[in-house]
Design a protein around this ligand. Structure first.
Ligand code: P71
Length: 470
């Protein structure tokens, strides 16, 4: 195991509060055992998401002071535009307040009812935005992506045979463009290889279909290419990124991930007509094209973050810190999804709690116990999030994977805190027989994971904390 040593030191600290077991139990009950409703200042280590939770650098904070808040033509926009062009290489750069607005603008302009957008796996907001246009969001990742034990270096790859089959079945006219999500968040933060991207481009070229990236975690994907793909070991990550984007016609980006900022996103495209139409819509819903729903200072922080994220010392640390958590868990026999992803470690709840059936929400039971016992917040990616009710029988249809995601914010937690998380999970694993299943006492018709409420099936047994007091 390579110890991930930090390529930065700490200049500003943000105190985090320790809470008692009783307080956490009280907060959980008030939240209906749903961690989305627990106040963040009552969480010790918050692994709910890596989105918008990064620590900015001194350079980025300094950049905030250089914010030019002019309505039109802010100098920060020109800097941001130049940085995006130099990395992504597309002609038009359209700022948005976050990723899903970039998606919304693109899909509402280009996607029409009855059309179909293929992707390796659509992220939730991407799928929702496609479906909002009454179009179909088609997931065409390689089949191995759904096997938590299958260790492939590029488990986010597009299944080219299924993509070609879909094009032939649906017809080129039904597919306004194809997308690839790098890294593939919904499939475990797994990377896509340069070869797969190049071949996707070749295939789409044969049918004249445009190709866009969901680029949220592009730097992490490019670092994996450098580590794992033949011919890229000696290439600078920036050159890998430039080559990768050269195979596409544009991208959507949530800069809350690899932009190293707390808010921001953009859309970058080569097609003049699309860019023009989207810009007109942008003015209607976000703001003037040189700020797109952001302040000038946010654009400056984003420009600087996009450059910093390609620093290879940073990326090596980032990927190793996530891997470090995964390897500590694996060494203790805790079942996790393999290989370890770029931004998160995923616990395999089916194997962690084999005696709790999926209709008793084993992944949510883990999420609840991780917070109650150790003050750690994670997120359920299983039956609560993806389970569907059969329209005819009313019975639950369970998803294949029952996971708990431990997403690591960038540059935020020390390795000691990561070790604390690992130790806590190992301790919970060793007492797994005392974990109870749940019932869902409230369920909204849409996106139920955000508002669902739960009850434990029987009273919880006390679980021993690890050595550290929370
Ligand atoms: C994550 C998020 C944030 C999130 C969003 C919705 C529900 C729960 C958590 C956001 C992504 C993403 C990809 C691949 C687009 C977005 C939307 N991820 N594509 O993983 O991962 O970006 O949040 O800036 O609108 O926790 P946005």
């Amino acid at each position: 195991m390579r110890f991930p040593s930090e390529p930065f030191r700490i200049k500003v600290v943000e105190p985090i509060r320790r809470t008692s077991h009783e307080e956490r139990e009280r907060l959980l009950q008030a939240a209906g055992y749903n961690l989305f409703h627990v106040p963040a200042d009552s969480v010790y280590v918050d692994l709910l998401t890596d989105s918008g939770t990064s620590a900015m650098s001194d350079q980025q904070w300094a950049g905030l002071m250089l914010g030019d808040e002019s309505y039109a033509g802010s100098k920060n926009f020109y800097h941001f535009e130049a940085v995006v062009r130099s990395i992504f290489g597309y002609r038009y750069v359209i700022p948005t307040h976050q990723g899903r607005m970039a998606e919304n603008l693109l899909f509402s302009t280009v996607v029409k009812p009855g059309m179909c957008v293929p992707n390796n796996i659509h992220f939730d907001t991407t799928r929702a935005n496609v479906e909002h246009q009454k179009a179909e969001a088609l997931d065409l990742v390689i089949k191995e992506a759904y096997d938590p034990h299958c260790e492939l270096p590029f488990k986010g790859n597009m299944d080219l045979a299924r993509l070609e089959e879909a094009i032939n079945r649906l017809g080129r006219r039904s597919i306004p463009f194809a997308m690839i999500t790098i890294t593939n968040n919904s499939g475990g933060g797994q990377p896509v290889s340069m070869e797969n991207i190049r071949k996707t481009r070749e295939l789409l070229n044969r049918y004249g279909i445009p190709f866009l990236f969901d680029a949220c975690r592009f730097a992490e994907n490019c670092f994996f290419i450098k580590e794992r793909e033949t011919g890229y070991g000696e290439k600078p990550v920036i050159d890998i990124a430039r080559e990768l984007f050269s195979y596409g016609d544009g991208c959507t980006m949530s800069a809350k991930k690899d932009g190293l900022v707390n808010i921001g996103g953009f859309l970058s495209l080569n097609d003049e007509r699309w860019a023009q139409e989207i810009t007109n819509m942008l003015i209607l819903v976000e703001g003037f094209p040189t700020y797109g729903g952001l302040a000038g200072r946010d654009l400056e922080a984003m420009a600087r973050g996009l450059q910093e994220v390609l620093d290879e010392e940073y990326l090596r640390f980032r990927i190793s810190q996530v891997r470090y958590l995964g390897e500590l868990l694996e060494a203790a026999g805790v079942p996790i999804l393999k290989p370890i992803g770029g931004h998160a470690v995923y616990l395999n709840a089916k194997e962690f709690l084999p005696s709790i059936p999926q209709d008793q929400f084993p992944a949510q039971a883990l999420v609840l116990n991780l917070y109650r016992e150790y003050g750690i917040r994670s997120v359920e990616i299983g039956t609560v999030m993806f389970g569907k009710r059969d329209q005819v029988t009313g019975r639950m249809i369970h998803p294949e994977l029952e996971l708990v995601r431990l997403a690591i914010p960038r540059r935020v937690y020390t390795n000691m805190q990561i070790a604390y998380v690992a130790e806590s999970i190992v301790s919970l694993y060793n007492q797994r027989d005392s974990i109870k299943g749940l019932t869902m006492s409230y369920e909204a018709p849409l996106l139920r994971h955000f508002t669902a409420r739960f009850a434990e099936l029987s009273s919880p047994t006390t679980i021993q904390p690890p050595d550290a007091e929370v």
